[in-house]
Design a protein. Sequence first.
Length: 749
Amino acid sequence: MNRKKSLSDLIHALKTNENIVNWREVEPQEAKTRAMPESVDHRIKDALARRGIDQLYTHQHTAYETIRKGENIVAVTPTASGKTLCYNLPVLQAIAEDDGSRALYLFPTKALAQDQRSELNEIITEMGIDIKSFTYDGDTAPAIRQLVRTVGHIVITNPDMLHAAILPHHTKWVSLFSNLKYIVIDELHTYRGVFGSHVANVIRRLQRICKFYGSNPLFICTSATIANPKELAEQLTGKPMRLIDDNGAPRGRKHFVFYNPPIVNQALNIRKSSTAEVNHLAREFLANKVQTIIFARSRVRVEVILSHIQELVKNEIGAKSIRGYRGGYLPNQRREIERGLRNGEILGVVSTNALELGVDIGQLQVCIMTGYPGSVASTWQQAGRAGRRHGEALVLMVAGNTPIDQYIVQNPEYFFDRSPESARINPENLIILVDHLRCAAYELPLKKGEEFGPLEIADILEYLVEERVLHQAGDSFYWANQSFPASEVSLRSAAQENVVIIDQSNVANVKIIGEMDRFSAMTLLHDEAIYLHEGVQFQVEKLDWEHKKAYVREVDVEYYTDANLAVKLVVLEIDRTETRRTSSLHYGDVRVNAMPTLFKKIRLTTFENIGYGPITLPEEELHTSGAWIELREVDPEIGTKTLEQLLLGISHVLKHIVPVHVMCDRSDIHVVSQIRAEHTQLPTIFIYDHYPGGIGLAEDVYRRFDEIKNSARQLIRRCPCEDGCPSCIGTEIEGLHAKHKSLELLASI
């Protein structure tokens, strides 16, 4: 029988692999500690001592002392550095001193909230003080809800639940709001873009209600590493913040490795699929029973990798030892997977960034990323899932053929020497702001001259009166509608309604297996699409678009599907313009009409196209903000067809570069080129926010256009291909020096 290799053996063997392009070792670090503050209640000290904690890391000590002085804080330290104690200690101390004190904990996901409650309750039990902490989310049983509202000292929830279930019914929560001392916002860095802009408005509504009940709570925020934690915390809460970043936590040795798959087509510079390489690498660790997490960027990729690895390791460790984890799985499934990882029953997990956050999944030794996660901050978060306590850990990033992946592995200093990106939000986005003012008026009448963030809201209130949403009586504006506004406002997606996925494989047991936002459903749940869930393939038999239901049936086929979107773009208004030598850069409002046209069937093993079919769905319309560059003068020797291909190639590069510079998900911002824009008939590249009204991303692109353009030029220039490939401008264009001409064109704009 083969002897199982240790992680050290596997790391040693990996060092000889010719596809390794960069190997960094992060040195271990000793703990920096300080004595437990004298003011801490002896029962809390005893409970912590029983858990092996008799001193605090420096950042925990600073956080405790700062909060006791009455200051709002944002604590920023790496993954697994004991951030939880930064808020649990002052909160438990406040309740030990005064049984009437209350705290509200906000986590971005239900999984994280459940996880934190278990840890908190263990400490409370050991303290021997009657402190009641509860999670309050969609899974909370109705019988317990009444108890949470009246006697909960610590209420643990998520922004969605606060927005739709707690704030609109604040009269049932008098005990919480009138005694609220602390609001904890964990994983602060996740509140960016659309989600963060919504949550900032939910926090404004929360503060209105606290004021109404006579409380003025302190904010305790914690975050992974981003460039602007203090600024983001102040924008989210509207309060001054003290930054705490003196990390005292220990860490083991960590190997950070960039892996570039071998080239399989020299002429086109096409590399072996990153998915195939990840499967091969993961198999080696799992077969030796080394606990491993594999991150993939999309739901489809998670399921493709999962089904392959389950097949590869079923004889050595059994297919059930490796599981998938992503949004769309139902809560009990996710809980079961988290438990299995903690107790070692599950050896491997393939996840989207859902497990980037601090859900306790035990001590994983290896983290493999399928491609660059999209931002420096996100990459460090995912890397933090390996070697969470002590001991050696390995982080492998396997590059894909995409421009940004190749840029990162060829310029490792860009990643290692660069500070993480800034998180951006725009709470004043008019669509978001109006939505939350409607919700706020439902909760408590709005008063003339009342502040709701920095903007004057008098005009908006008058507009809502005209629309008969509000009724004005004297200086007050009252809710005047039959509907319940919070139920119509989704904090997370551009589309308000999700599509429910119904499995009808077994007629006797038809069940809901997941859900998906409307925009994603257009390309992932159309008729005949192959939808993957927990490694199982389902075919969409019918997408009922009107009733937002997708009916699926289990199948076993050798392919998955990928859909194309046709996009038409119209400029509505120009807000800003910068005239350049041969081009003009603009920022303003645009209308986007998107329509899925056809889908391709792609073989699972070779990724070749084996067929296609039409998609018949209605057009979706989006009014948003965009930045665009139009070319007033182009070298007359470049023909129309060539220019169209060059613009497509440059757009391909920008699509990958822009999200890195403005710190957003790839799906938040879109890039489209037109050989003749409708409003000017000039060649134009548009970069627009994929959200109604925009969230400030395109504005950021307008401000930093030269920086983005230079990164695009550098990426194309450094690509080792002869004349264009999937890693830079997309494809080689026959008989044309496409790479050289793309660089010339970019230089001229």
